[in-house]
Ligand binder design. Structure first.
Ligand SMILES: [Zn+2]
Length: 54
């Protein structure tokens, strides 16, 4: 089983667990959305609300 979340840009981020997904999302935002300013807390809240099992 994996955890995944859709980025508004159309990317689907997939990782083994919530922590890995958080790291992946951090990296994705840094590389692809440098002007989307999200704190770690905001990002974790978004993942907690919207991440799904796959
Ligand atoms: Zn994206």
């Amino acid at each position: 089983m994996a955890r995944c979340i859709d980025c508004p840009c159309g990317h689907i981020l997939t990782a083994d667990d919530d922590e890995a997904l958080f790291q992946l999302a951090r990296q994705h935002l840094r590389e692809h959305h440098p002007d989307m300013k999200r704190t770690d807390g905001e990002l974790r809240a978004r993942l907690a609300a919207d991440a799904r099992d796959e």
